[in-house]
Design a protein around this ligand. Structure first.
Ligand code: BMA
Length: 849
């Protein structure tokens, strides 16, 4: 008999365990779910995302919760096994079936399978009940139970450390404290005679990419007998390239070797197509098919190039022999209530990556092991995934029960992720080595004895440098493992010569000016960021009192969770802009600030991609792509998928062929705010290319007065051959005639007469410039799907006020006299108007298209 799978999605009820707050059982519309979702649906709590309701729902964290349902199994017989599979329980769960405890779970990141064949009520209904204990209180108890360990923590309270639950639930510097509980991933009933547990491949692609050799595997689950057969096959575009019938042996594992000539390789977007093969296994007993499994897999050759060079040791990815500059983003959990994430929302997020030329996404360790929908989308769209293990900003313990739970968690997730071609690196943790440095915990790079790490004051080294690499090696031998993010061969985690760094001397730390990015690179910058407000619609939606809708109000400060955000944001704003106090103008300047930071950073660090043998910087990942609720944070796209101008700045800086201008900012080195220093003339121009062939490029560089729009110096035109996959320096240390008249430097590159990229360098800081009389024109096509923007004089930071459901082809750009910006409205409508503004605009009249 074949396998029958039945999702237990409906017919659930929930309530507080001791019944005192919620009263009777509340209907649960669907599982997966979490308590806040169901309490909100049943109108028992206000929306936790609105105003200060986060505080009004705080009590939920200290309660125990219970979910229950009933189900009938369609078949039962001696030869049929019935399992209940819990793909995710959040977190301390006791599961009973017909009154018998069948599972006690302690780990949100692990799935559980329980054979319930002997507990079923025949053809009658079965009662399933899951009690979720307060993870907050249990975490506090666990700390008390383990006095041998010091639970050092950065970000929120230490009770999160011993609990294997998404760490951001305890709150983070961009997220609320919302302690979830519930069946957060599907609950499924499976009935079968025998089953396939997992299928996967292990392979190697030859250096010349002409051959792929390896094995197809299937691990078999309960019910399988010696003599059963498994047909393993690999199909590409309907053509069977491998097919093998294997006899099942005692060990419950079958494998077959394969060799592919000229395999169709999986490429990240922009480099080729993300080809995938269909891997399948069918389990037979004589002629009867008992089970089957199918998976899309990809084949690629993946290397992390760490070689000694003039700058230290390189750190960059090479996929299918091509060096790839990994420009992209860091990713946090996309919702405070993950059970409400849909596949479509995941796909929507990943589309944004492709739209903005981003090639890599880093799944940050304070969240979860990402959903299959996320990974499938990355595979399909050709996005590289850097995945942290689920540890962040703390000193984790190594007591036996913690390690046992962790081993199951790690192995399961490595297995789940190993067939995804998008996943190119595992990192042991997020910033836990910084905790070791900060608290001066024991760490001797010369000490190679894992046993002594385990008993040191930084015992988690035993996890990151011994256990995790061992488990990765055993489950997925070709996977790349890196002990932490950041980490560099045991040197200081901020060492710019080795490994990856998190560059937080912009915003945090020394609060260095973003204009000085070029001095702040590393071999791979896996985090850096700048805060900005989301667009007005998002703010007004969640801060409902108009009297609170202004910078510095209590509700605005409450929503922004970043420590010292009031000071830090204001310093960066005040250094660069005249400080407005109304919400629309302040929102705008923070957005331009963030976009400027992105322009400086991505352009400067991509320039350091250099050329083969001199790849000084291998990638840049902004902190952070997304938000888990509507807030002011470092996100470049808000919770509702509304893009901030920084999104477009990154998109431009990562174009396959891009031009960059670096212009000196002598004012800050001289300390004199004199006009000559502000209006510096010294500049460089370069071209960044990720193309696989050299490109003939025409470059034009103009020097345009900000006051009059006239040229202040002779235009430079030149033809260049931009090297393939490299940086081509074009003009270095150039100067034009010094003038008191502030001017922009504007570079445009064309290929075959088509404009492919431009860049504009402004005198710094922007606040000294006179932006009066810009004569900005905004015209909409009769069909309202195209907007044309132009100005008589140079304009900085033109921004349309975006909103949910509206998609524009560009935003947050500069205007140069004589050049029109043509924007497509690709989704949504602007028939109700669309606000816009720019630096120095008169905001007193809200301008609409
Ligand atoms: C990094 C991250 C997060 C944090 C962010 C902003 O260091 O790893 O822990 O949210 O900075 O402070």
């Amino acid at each position: 008999m074949g396998k029958v799978v039945q999702g237990l999605q409906s017919g659930w009820f929930m309530r507080e365990h001791d019944d005192s707050t919620t009263g009777s059982w509340l209907p649960v519309p669907q599982v997966p779910s979490q308590v806040h979702i169901d309490l909100l649906t049943n109108k028992k709590i206000p929306d936790p995302f609105v105003d200060a309701n986060e505080l009004a729902v705080k009590w939920i964290a200290e309660k125990d919760w219970v979910y229950k349902t009933r189900f009938i199994t369609s078949r039962s017989s001696q030869t049929v096994t019935t399992d209940l599979v819990f793909h995710g329980l959040d977190t301390f769960a006791t599961v009973t079936l017909n009154g018998t405890t069948i599972l006690e779970s302690v780990n949100m990141h692990t799935s559980y399978r329980v054979n319930i064949s002997n507990l079923l009520n025949g053809t009658q209904e079965n009662d399933l009940q899951i009690v979720f204990k307060s993870a907050l209180l249990r975490g506090r108890e666990l700390i008390d139970e383990h006095p041998e360990h010091t639970f050092h923590v950065r970000q929120t309270e230490a009770s999160r450390i011993p609990v294997r639950k998404a760490q951001y639930n305890w709150g983070w510097d961009w997220g609320p404290i919302l302690m979830t509980a519930g069946p957060w991933r599907p609950v499924v009933l499976e009935q079968y005679t025998a089953r396939i547990d997992d299928i996967w491949t292990q392979y190697q692609v030859s250096p010349n990419l002409k051959r792929c050799s390896g094995h197809l595997y299937a691990r078999l689950g309960a019910g399988v007998l010696e003599g059963d057969t498994v047909v393993l096959s690999l199909v590409y575009k309907d053509v069977e390239v491998v097919k093998q019938t294997c006899q099942v042996g005692l060990e419950g594992l079958v494998k077959t070797p394969f060799l592919l000539e000229s395999p169709s390789l999986w490429y990240p977007h922009g480099y080729g197509s993300p080809a995938r093969y269909e891997l399948s296994a069918e389990l037979f007993r004589a002629e009867t098919k008992l089970d089957s499994q199918v998976k899309l897999v990809g084949i690629r050759r993946c290397e992390l190039v760490q070689e000694k060079d003039d700058y230290g040791k390189s750190f960059y990815f090479r996929i299918n022999g091509v060096d790839i500059f990994a420009g992209g983003s860091c990713w946090i959990p996309p919702d405070s209530f993950l059970a409400q994430m849909s596949k479509d929302r995941y796909v929507g997020w990943m589309r944004l990556m492709v739209e903005s030329n981003q090639i890599m996404i880093r799944v940050w360790g304070g969240g979860i092991y990402e959903d299959d929908a996320f990974l499938d989308a990355c595979d399909e769209f050709g996005i590289l995934v850097w995945h942290d293990f689920a540890f962040a900003c703390a000193s984790y313990p190594v007591y036996p029960s913690f390690l046992t739970s962790l081993e199951e968690e790690a192995r399961q997730n490595i297995r789940r992720l190993r067939s995804h071609p998008s996943v190119v690196i595992w990192a042991g943790n997020n910033e836990d080595y910084q905790v070791q440095e900060r608290y001066k915990l024991e760490y001797d790079p010369e000490d190679t004895d894992p046993g002594s790490w385990r008993t040191s004051t930084f015992p988690a080294r035993y996890i990151y440098e011994h256990l995790l690499p061992k488990w990765v090696q055993e489950e997925d031998p070709s996977a790349i493992y890196h002990p932490g993010s950041p980490w560099g061969d045991g040197k200081h985690s901020a060492d710019p010569t080795v490994g990856d760094i998190h560059q937080w001397d912009i915003w945090h730390g020394q609060m260095i000016r973003y204009q000085d990015c070029a001095e702040l690179s590393g071999r791979f910058v896996s985090e850096f960021g700048m805060e900005a407000y989301p667009h007005l619609e998002t703010i007004r939606r969640v801060i409902t009192n108009p009297g609170q809708q202004h910078p510095g109000s209590m509700m605005m400060d409450f929503r922004n969770k970043a420590g010292d955000h009031e000071r830090r944001l204001m310093i960066y704003v005040a250094e660069n802009f005249l400080v407005p106090s109304d919400l629309p103008s302040f929102t705008h300047v923070t957005q331009v600030l963030q976009a400027e930071t992105m322009r400086y950073a991505y352009k400067a660090w991509r320039r350091m991609w250099g050329r083969p043998g001199a790849r000084k910087c291998g990638g840049v990942l902004v902190w952070q792509l997304n938000d888990c609720w509507p807030t002011m944070s470092w996100a470049i796209v808000d919770y509702y998928l509304v893009k901030k101008p920084a999104f477009y700045a990154i998109s431009r800086a990562l174009r396959p062929l891009d031009v960059g201008i670096a212009r000196a900012c002598p004012i800050w080195t001289s300390g004199h705010a004199d006009p000559m220093a502000t209006n510096s003339c010294q500049f460089d121009v370069w071209i960044s290319s990720s193309l696989q062939e050299a490109a003939e490029v025409d470059l034009t560089v103009k020097f345009i007065s900000i006051r009059s729009g006239e040229l202040v110096s002779e235009t430079i035109t030149t033809k260049i051959l931009a090297d393939a996959n490299a940086t081509t320096e074009v003009l270095e240390n150039r100067c034009v005639n010094e003038t008191q008249d502030p001017f922009i430097i504007h570079a445009v590159i064309t290929v075959g007469g088509q404009v492919v990229a431009s860049d504009t360098a402004w005198p710094q800081p922007l606040k000294y410039l006179d932006f009066s009389n810009r004569s900005v024109k905004v015209e909409t096509s009769p069909s309202q799907d195209e907007i044309t923007v132009s100005a008589d004089l140079p304009v900085k930071g033109f921004v349309f006020e975006e909103r949910q459901g509206l998609t524009l082809s560009d935003n947050g750009f500069d205007l140069v006299p004589g050049e029109k910006q043509i924007i497509q409205v690709t989704q949504g409508s602007i028939s109700n108007g669309l606000g816009w503004t720019y630096i120095g605009a008169n905001r007193s009249s809200e301008v609409v298209v």
